[in-house]
Structures are given as structure tokens and as C-alpha cells.
Design a protein. Structure first.
Length: 559
């Protein structure tokens, strides 16, 4: 949907907010001019009457398509190691009381979306170009639901388990030509006056001199109580932490500090230089908490989400909060089913915490969706290890054995996937750090951390390299001359050395009954699960497009 195709009522609802929100963007959009029409202003009142919610919580599972939800639900319901027992996932419990829709995610000018564009469309309700942040197809800034909510006096927050300046959260606060402008995203976030920011990504908020040497880093860490060695990726001396502290933010850099900071009304938590811990590490920590760590560790995604709710729910006007489970996407890019499952479990723990807070309220809209699917993931049946004939007792099989033609995937594969102890990314990069990088060393490494063993022949295939057939000089990814050697869909593995994880996935595909179609995203429609008052959640129905989901979110915060 193009900008101009938005319903008139939405123009009017947004217009006042847009004028405010766009002040920071330095440009006017056509919507601002629409505010002058009196006939449209009257629809503001009507629309406000039918959207009684005072809190809107948008939850984005980055890369969480229908198949990913299927993995979580099959595991939770059927695996002998499922931690759910007889309980349902939080996702299931929320969905049971929700309006469930499907939504197309495509960008303005192509079939497949990236996270920056998808979040821009979700945030603004306006069709957006690929890899840009918070702009329409002509490159003009368009206000996000967060900016509209803030312009209406709502408190606002962004939480992500990736890093604060990464594409998904960035699209709610910044208006920039490309998602790679992470230093500018950090500035936009601090200047936007967002009440709660929690994620990784410290290195975009620290002055460049912090990265100069160990002494500079330690002195900086001491001045803020940062319990890890800070780095900087800035190319200037702007100290955004200092600016934030001066303007009244409480800062937190580990779980213990977060616990105290949530007593404040404005909190910035930056818990890592770049990305936060992955879902396998989080699951492992929760299964075996280390009491000697006390608060000196990263918070879980659930702890960040409930901390954000604690801060924001004190606001009398209500709040808008976006929470991203962002590493589902990274597991998908890496074709890593074990990592994927643990990211989904981490998201579900967060959903449990959010639903616990919201379940007895009648003034809160929760929308759970994805920005796109990642990896073309799926369980699939195949011709390896076909089952033997079995005798089963039913009368129909009295004279005939039960014998399906193919291997439909043993259920205990779910337990094996769950028991993976390191991400494929950590295995492939960990291998690169080994003193002896032999196929035998890769076999040892992989087989010590996963339940699906590889052999020497597999290891040779995983380590095979070839010329990059898609070389582009000066390209951030494609300038590499050699590349992991794929024998299928090779153009769809775009991120260089790291994509060797996709070859590991192929080596264990038959054992896991798992296939992967790509190292990037697919255009499958994604679920939209809307929970809350009927009048609010009913706007999220049918087969939508993410621009319509975004428009409905903006409508919900426009009162
Ligand atoms: Mg993301
Ligand atoms: Zn992605």
C-alpha cells in the first residue's frame, strides 16, 4: 500500500501527532497538510471512542514464520524433554484468546523484505523501500507508531535481545537511508526521548576514544559502572551515555543494575557491546543459574520485558512498547534448528512474563507477529531410513502390516534438537580459532556439542570452499573472493564465511528430518496474533499486509 492509499481517517488521526513527531525529522510529509481539513478532524473523535486501549505492546519474533511456530509447538507438546509438561506455551495461551490473522510482508518495490523495511512498514503503516529505516518510497520520513504514541503523551519503550541499533528497533525511532547507519540510529534514539531502551549495542553509544586502548576503556567503564570492557564503533567523540544521564536517564549495564534502575521513570539498559547472549546460553543459564554471578550478567529477554513494563506502566497516559525476539532470525540465517528452538523458547518465556502482566487487564492490546520468515525452514519427510513393517493392533491391520513408504520424521528428533549445546555460528567460528583446522577436529567439535553426529566426509563437505561466483568489488559481503561451497541454492547464501553453517545443516538434514531453503528470508505470510479488547484486536483480521497492521497499530495509539 502506498502512502497516499492510507484511509483518510488514519491521516486525520495521525496528523496532529505527525506534526509533532516529524519535527525531529526535519521534513514534512503530505499527511501533515491533511490535518487542516475539518471534516477529517471530526473522525478523530469517533475513532478514538472505539479504541479504548491505553497500552499497546507489539512483539516481533524476527524471522518467525508459521514453520518456526510449528517447531515451538511440536516441541512443547510432544517432546519428552519439553519443559512445559501438561502446560501450553504462552504463545498458545495468548492465541487461544486472540484474533489471529496472516500478513504479507513484501516491501514497496520487491517480493522479499528485510527486517529494516518490514519493521518500518509495521511501525508506520506506509510502504517502504528495502533496508531503509522509517521512510516512504520517495525517501521521506514517516512517523512511527512509537512517535505517534509519544506525541499523544504515551510513554514509550524498545526492547530487543539483539542490539539497540539493529534494524528492527531502529525502524521505530530513526529515519535513515540504510540500516547500517547504526551510529546515527543511536543518536536518534537518545534524542527521541524514548522512556525505555534495553538491549545490547553499547559500542554505538560510546565516544570513539573509548576504543583507543585498554586504559581508556577501563576509565570509561569505571565512570559509568559498566561491568564489561566497553568498546566503541563511533567515528566521533559524542558520548551518548553521558548525554542520556544528563537528561535524566537511569543507566544499567547488567541484570543487577537493571533491577535497581526500573525504579526510575526513564531507563537505558545496554548489556553488551554488540549482540546479547544467544538463546542456548540463556536456556543454559536458566537451567543452571550461577549464584556467584549474582546480578553481574546480562538480563534475559523476559527480565528486560518485565522490567520495561514495570517502568512504563507507571505512566498515567499509557504506553507503547515494542519487544523484539530478534535472534530467531539469526538462527534461521544460519540454518540452525537447535539454536532456532532455543530462541523460540526464549521468546515464549518473554511472552509468559508479558501475559502474566496483561492477562487480567482490559486496557491493553498485545500484537505478536514476525517481520518475515527466515531460512525456508521445515520438517520434511524423506527416503532415508524408511520405516520397517510393524504390527499394530487395530482391526484394519489384521492381515496387513503398518508400513508407510517414507521416513516422516521420528518425534524424538525434537529432543535431539533441544539438546544442542552451542549455536552453529559458535561452532563454525570456534573451529576457525582452533590451532589445527582439520576435518577430524571439526567432527570432534560438532559431535561434542550436538546430538546429530557428522563424519569425516561431512566435515570435508562443510569445509569445502569455492570461488565466489557472485563477486562484487567493494561490497560489504560480496567482495570476498572465496566462499563456502554450496551445491544447491548457492546464490541464497549471501553472508560469506559464516554461511558454512548451512553446509552443516545439510550434513544433518536426514537425521533431523529438517530442510532449509535459503540463507536469507522468504516471503511467506506471517501470523498476526492480536490479544486485548475486542474492538482493538478485531482490526487485525483476515489476510493483511504489514502496512495495514502498522496502520491499525497507529490507530490504536492515536487517542
Ligand atoms: Mg531484528
Ligand atoms: Zn534476517
Amino acid at each position: 500500500m502506498k502512502n497516499g492509499a492510507l484511509p483518510n481517517s488514519l491521516f486525520a488521526i495521525c496528523a496532529a501527532a505527525l506534526a509533532l513527531a516529524l519535527g525531529a525529522c526535519g521534513a514534512k510529509s503530505p499527511q501533515v497538510e491533511a490535518a487542516a481539513e475539518p471534516s477529517q478532524v471530526s473522525t478523530v473523535v469517533e475513532a478514538a471512542a472505539e479504541t479504548p486501549v491505553r497500552n499497546v505492546i507489539l512483539i516481533i519474533g524476527d524471522g518467525m514464520g508459521p514453520q518456526q511456530i510449528g517447531l515451538l509447538e511440536q516441541f512443547a507438546r510432544r517432546a519428552s524433554l519439553s519443559p512445559y509438561g501438561d502446560d501450553e506455551t504462552a504463545l498458545s495461551r495468548i492465541a487461544r484468546e486472540s484474533t489471529v490473522a496472516l500478513s504479507l510482508t513484501g516491501p514497496a518495490d520487491a517480493l522479499v523484505v528485510d527486517s529494516a523495511c518490514s519493521a518500518s512498514q509495521l511501525a508506520s503503516g506506509v510502504a517502504s523501500p528495502g533496508e531503509a529505516l522509517g521512510v516512504d518510497v520517495d525517501g521521506n520520513p514517516v512517523p512511527s507508531v512509537l512517535e505517534v504514541a509519544r506525541a499523544h503523551g504515551w510513554a514509550t519503550g524498545l526492547v530487543s535481545d539483539t542490539r539497540m541499533t539493529h534494524a528492527t528497533p531502529a525502524a521505530f525511532a530513526a529515519h535513515l537511508p540504510h540500516r547500517s547507519f547504526e551510529n546515527e540510529v543511536a543518536v536518534a534514539m537518545i534524542e527521541a526521548g524514548i522512556d525505555v531502551l534495553m538491549s545490547g549495542g553499547l559500542r554505538y553509544f560510546t565516544p570513539s576514544s573509548v576504543g583507543a586502548d585498554e586504559e581508556a576503556a577501563e576509565a570509561y567503564a569505571a565512570s559509568f559502572g559498566i561491568p564489561y570492557i566497553p568498546q566503541s564503533r563511533r567515528d566521533d567523540e559524542r558520548d551518548l551515555l553521558n548525554e542520556a544521564r544528563a537528561s535524566g536517564y537511569e543507566l544499567a549495564f547488567d541484570a543487577g543494575q537493571l533491577d535497581e534502575a526500573v525504579a526510575s521513570d526513564r531507563v537505558i539498559g545496554l548489556f553488551a557491546n554488540s549482540s546479547m547472549m544467544n538463546g542456548i546460553v540463556e536456556s543454559e543459564f536458566l537451567a543452571n543459574p550461577n549464584p556467584t554471578l549474582q546480578g553481574a550478567r546480562q538480563p534475559t529477554l523476559e527480565e528486560m520485558a518485565t522490567g520495561a513494563l514495570e517502568v512504563l506502566s507507571r505512566d498515567a497516559e499509557g504506553f507503547f512498547l515494542m519487544i523484539e525476539a530478534g535472534q530467531i532470525d539469526w538462527a534461521g540465517h544460519n540454518n540452525d534448528a537447535g539454536h532456532l528452538l532455543h530462541e523460540l523458547l526464549r521468546m515464549d518465556r518473554m511472552l509468559d512474563g508479558v501475559f502474566e502482566w496483561a492477562r487480567d487487564r482490559d486496557d491493553t492490546l498485545i500484537v505478536v507477529t514476525a517481520d518475515h520468515e527466515t531460512g525456508g525452514f521445515g520438517f520434511s519427510y524423506h527416503r532415508a531410513d524408511v520405516p520397517e513393517a510393524q504390527t499394530i493392533p487395530g482391526g484394519v491391520f489384521e492381515n496387513t502390516p503398518y508400513q508407510p513408504n517414507f521416513n516422516f520424521g521420528p518425534v524424538d528428533v525434537l529432543d535431539g534438537i533441544y539438546q544442542q549445546r552451542a549455536t552453529y555460528g559458535d561452532l563454525i567460528y570456534g573451529f576457525a580459532d582452533l590451532p589445527e583446522q582439520t576435518p577430524a577436529a571439526l567432527v570432534d567439535l560438532v559431535n561434542s556439542q550436538t546430538q546429530f553426529p557428522i563424519d569425516a566426509e561431512d566435515a570435508i563437505a562443510i569445509l569445502s570452499r569455492e570461488e565466489n561466483h557472485y563477486h562484487v568489488e567493494g561490497h560489504p559481503y560480496l567482495s570476498a573472493r572465496d566462499w563456502p561451497e554450496f551445491h544447491d541454492f548457492e546464490a541464497f547464501y549471501v553472508y560469506g564465511n559464516g554461511t558454512a553453517t548451512g553446509l552443516l545443516a545439510r550434513a544433518v538434514a536426514e537425521q533431523q528430518s529438517v530442510v532449509w531453503g535459503t540463507g536469507t528470508h522468504t516471503a511467506t505470510p506471517v501470523p498476526v496474533i492480536a490479544w486485548g479488547p475486542e474492538s482493538a484486536r478485531s482490526k487485525f483480521a483476515g489476510i493483511m499486509h504489514h502496512t495495514e497492521v502498522g496502520a491499525a497499530l497507529i490507530e490504536a495509539v492515536s487517542r
